[in-house]
Design a binder for this molecule. Structure first.
Ligand code: 5GP
Length: 107
């Protein structure tokens, strides 16, 4: 049974695609923590990030950094947070979350 993310890669579930190469795919998160929240995934279906082979892990990190830099230069944000959570969908993925400081916040 393919994961939701494999269905997205195959076009069986619609998504807003951000980037793609031979081995990796990036698309907007359906339930974003911030505008531009993006997920980067390997096309190879592997459950946990810790189960990825070395080459795929390094490739995913390089791809994610490239996409993060593109988001940083195209959005009004200070930086892009890079996070690996992975509780909900059993297909290794990296979250890219555009961040801005709340300089005038009062609590
Ligand atoms: P995690 O597994 O890291 O806890 O979270 C998985 C992420 O995938 C969540 O942020 C969730 O909003 C996102 N997600 C789950 N299903 C879909 C979907 O069908 N399409 C998109 N674009 N994102 C999804």
């Amino acid at each position: 049974m393919p994961t939701i993310f494999t269905k997205i890669i195959n076009g069986d579930i619609p998504c807003y695609k951000i980037a793609e190469d031979e081995n990796f795919f990036a698309f907007l998160d359906i339930n974003p923590n911030a505008k531009g929240h993006t997920l980067c995934i390997p096309k190879k279906e592997v459950d946990k990030i810790t189960d990825l082979d070395e080459e795929t892990f390094m490739g995913l990190m390089k791809f994610s950094r490239k996409v993060a830099k593109a988001i940083e230069s195209s959005m009004v944000c200070e930086r892009v947070g890079i996070s690996v959570i992975g509780l909900e969908v059993p297909h290794a993925h990296v979250h890219l979350i555009p961040l801005n400081q709340m300089k005038d916040a009062t609590f």
